[in-house]
Write a protein that binds this ligand. Structure first.
Ligand SMILES: [Zn+2]
Ligand SMILES: [Zn+2]
Length: 386
């Protein structure tokens, strides 16, 4: 007996279309065959959920189902009319699931869209995988020649070379559906196409499954994958390693591996795209009379020149000393935001000199307008500009 569609999705009869969608999406993710390799029960439940959703998400069909139950489906008219899945209804799920699983099963279940002919081979694209890799600020900036990851994934079974069959045997066309993957089931007056129970919609059966992979053609293994990190990756940059995901089923394409980067911050720098910003403390006399200053950039030491009378909030731009541009050539720039270093303590001699200086700029008690005020007071302007 067929289960109630609402029960299948685990929602109430009043469920909104959003609730239906959510419930179905959750089930589809849990039960997806790629997540449950070889688990026939999960596969059946997955298809059951897809069928339930295809009906309940359609206002018209849902009304009919609410009134007449399973027997009511198939629309008005006489008997013999077939009810089929509408592949278009699953378009948005394909987007969601496709990014997780490669969407192989949808192609399998619902045929080639308009073409109507499904692949009888049961082939299924392998899942894409994602690996989150944390990099130091420096490695993200300069790149890394070799990174080796240990990736657990499904790979082709060596014993049967991915066929799933014991040596000397091969897969046969499913006798029940004759390779079509679906069979007609009577529902009261109507006939419905449902995935073939014998072959679970694959269209073929394996008479003697391989002992090592139990007919799956794939086995779980941990494999080393090495690749190069390009210079200039940022937090969230995604690197696609083609064919490094899970192997497909029965000749299906291999999925891809996506490496998503996370980058540790560096207290010295603030990154803005391909530009870097850095605070640079400068002794105030240098701003006043000018001079040159050694600065450390990510690429080594550099020298900057400050003109006499450089403002306290001056920004020096070091061209091409920023982050390498990922999709282009060259690098961004490094901006040095000057900050006046005010000494907390002075020797008696220094104090005398500063005092003399202050006086030379005018009046004992007019420090507010005097030179020192300009320099010390300027600290409030010296904040980093963004
Ligand atoms: Zn079959
Ligand atoms: Zn095998």
């Amino acid at each position: 007996m067929k289960r109630d569609y609402y029960e299948v999705l685990g929602v109430g009869k009043e469920a909104s279309s959003d609730e239906l969608k959510k419930a179905y999406r959750k089930l589809a993710m849990e039960l997806h065959p790629d997540r449950n390799p070889g688990n026939k029960e999960a596969e059946e439940q997955f298809k059951e959920a897809a069928e339930a959703y295809s009906v309940l998400s359609d206002g018209e069909k849902r009304k009919v189902y609410d009134q007449f139950g399973h027997a009511g489906l198939g629309g008005g008219g006489g008997g013999g009319q077939q009810f089929q899945f509408d592949p278009n209804q699953f378009a948005d799920f394909e987007d969601i699931l496709g990014s997780f699983f490669g969407g192989g099963l949808f192609g399998d279940l619902f045929g080639g869209g308009g073409g109507g002919r499904r692949r009888a081979s049961g082939e299924e694209r392998g899942s894409d995988l994602q690996y989150n890799l944390k990099l130091s600020f420096r490695d993200a900036l300069l790149g890394k020649e070799v990174v080796e990851l240990s990736i657990p994934r499904l790979e082709a079974c060596d014993t049967c070379r991915g066929s799933g069959c014991e040596a000397g045997t091969k897969a046969e066309t499913c006798p029940q559906c004759r390779g079509a993957g679906q069979v007609a089931v009577r529902q009261g007056f109507f006939q419905m196409l449902t995935p073939c129970p014998r072959c679970s919609g694959k269209g073929r059966v394996i008479p003697k499954p391989c002992r090592d992979c139990k007919g799956e053609g794939r086995i779980h293994r941990k494999s080393k994958v090495s690749f190069k990190v390009p210079a200039g990756v940022d937090r969230g940059t995604r690197l696609r390693l083609q064919n490094q995901g899970e192997v497909g089923r029965f000749g299906g394409r291999t999925g891809d591996l996506y490496v998503v980067f996370d980058v540790e911050p560096d207290l010295r720098y603030e990154r803005d795209g391909s530009d870097l910003h850095q605070r640079l403390e400068v002794a105030w006399p240098l701003l006043v009379i000018g001079g040159s200053l050694d600065v450390e950039t990510p690429y080594g030491m550099d020298k900057i020149k400050l003109a006499p009378g450089t403002p306290a909030d001056h920004v020096v731009k070091l061209q091409n000393a920023g982050v390498p541009r990922l999709q282009a050539t060259g690098r961004g720039d490094l901006y040095l935001h000057l900050r006046v270093a005010v000494p907390k303590s002075l020797t008696a001699e220094q104090r005398d000199l500063v005092e003399q200086l202050r006086r030379s700029f005018g009046g004992d008690d007019e420090a507010e307008e005097g030179f020192l005020a300009k320099v010390f007071g300027s600290e409030k302007h010296g904040k980093k500009k963004k």
